[in-house]
Ligand binder design. Sequence first.
Ligand code: OAA
Ligand code: MG
Length: 617
Amino acid sequence: MMWLNRHRHNINILLPPTKGLVQKLLAVTMSSTSLKEMRNGGEDYSNGHGGGVRDLYGEDCATEDQLITPWTFSVASGCSLLRDPRYNKGLAFTEGERDAHYLRGLLPPAVFNQELQEKRLMHNLRQYEVPLHRYMAMMDLQERNERLFYKLLIDNVEELLPVVYTPTVGEACQKYGSIFRRPQGLYISLKEKGKILEVLKNWPEKSIQVIVVTDGERILGLGDLGCQGMGIPVGKLSLYTALGGVRPSSCLPITIDVGTNNEKLLNDEFYIGLKQKRAAGQEYAELLEEFMRAVKQNYGEKVLVQFEDFANHNAFDLLEKYSSSHLVFNDDIQGTASVVLAGLLASLKLVGGTLADHTFLFLGAGEAGTGIAELIALEISKQTKAPVEKTRKKIWLVDSKGLIVSSRLESLQHFKKPWAHEHEPVKTLLDAVKAIKPTVLIGSSGAGKTFTKEVVETMASLNEKPLILALSNPTSQSECTAEEAYTWSKGKAIFASGSPFDPVEYEGKVFVPGQANNAYIFPGFGLGLIISGAIRVRDEMLLAASEALAAQVSQENYDKGLIYPPFSNIRKISAHIAAKVATKAYDLGLASHLPRPKDLVKYAESCMYSPGYRSYR
Ligand SMILES: O=C([O-])CC(=O)C(=O)O
Ligand SMILES: [Mg+2]
């Protein structure tokens, strides 16, 4: 179906002039405005999520800028093809492809299919006993053969998520300087002030749909890792593709380096970032402002900017500042809130009652704690029609100074103020549990081992089925382990954690802990924004995502005491979340891709990147 015009190192592929394609080809000669209109109109050649044009491998990899002429598309051959992770297939190049693309002799004679490659890789990965070595092997694969990386991740998601994501990604960030090989993502430091637009233009891909950006100040619960935080945007975006089906070429990981206050890194000769204390105040705000402007100027209004692992003091301000002018989402505030709310909604099937019947106590009043608290209050308000000022009263937060109460109001940071209810001062978490008598205990402090035996025992003495969520990451920062939650509560607790724990056997019964991690939400949430061409994020979309996730918990899952569905179904789950988010975007008049597709679940599924190899013949 295609004609090849071979040169020694490049292959120009001519598109066949079939009727449908002629229309498509005409389309790509148009101005970019009319191209966008056609794309939004759902023309066949569009990938349906707002960027790119299908290339001959059936992939949406060409961008408008790359399409210099509408009739040819140039790909590498020979060694360049083997070294291009986007197109390399390694031993899976067929005999015919080896002839056609000057690969003869550059590969050993065996031809493997993708399944055999997967089998070999999983076998090799399982030989590594050190999790970080598995992480490094996965990163090498991503840089060598992108489709195989995603195929492996999708087909073995439960086994590989802890490798490319929490907990191992935390250790990878801590050691990023020493394991650093080939750069991933885009680094924007104070040195690039005044030139950020130019820096964005250095990135090889032009049609970006999702940016995950960090400034490295609060990486998971590990604190300030400066420039080494890059592992987080890279990891999150690999989940955007594997779990949410967003094309890898549309994903851009960014680390903003304004220095670090981590003395250990400042004194480390191998540190890869700026060796200075963090810029703050106006200098910080100006760099972020330039960045946000450049992003909009370069990628347009529909690019999603996900803020990740910023410290509290910047996270809330950035979200507030840019949510009315940009498509922004803070995963730690909003994504975590949405996933926890989903778990709470699902847990009602196990504990009975409505959300409004519960009393919530948080340890940690930062991004995750206050974000979750607010979303719970909004959902109760939606369900009961009570004003949110009233529904907040059933939600209590403890920070490093004790229970947040009205007598502390003056000295509280602004994001904590709504939670300062009338109560006498309480100093410790244990005393707060005794005083408030919560049905749900949520750990979001980033501080490990804080749900002590007494705390869990008190929760179990107060409740038939206490709900205990230890959200802090990675595993070392978890408020308690799954085993502690089940044994200390004598098997009564319903438990979920931010990082994964293995099932626990207690008195002959097996308890399977859930993973309350924002990875359930952000990939599908982002996909929903992309397919609808949403231009803003709204709380209603977060509630819709929570409800969609909760609806995916099956009776079989409930029978095992689970309040989250298994990650093995995540692509289907993401499609449902995407559909509900897109529906909200359309209902709120915030969607720019018209007309609205009739079956949004099917549409979301049809837009998903699939990592099977394409034939190059
Ligand atoms: O990355 C994770 O596992 C969840 C998350 O956003 C965080 O802990 O900051
Ligand atoms: Mg995070």
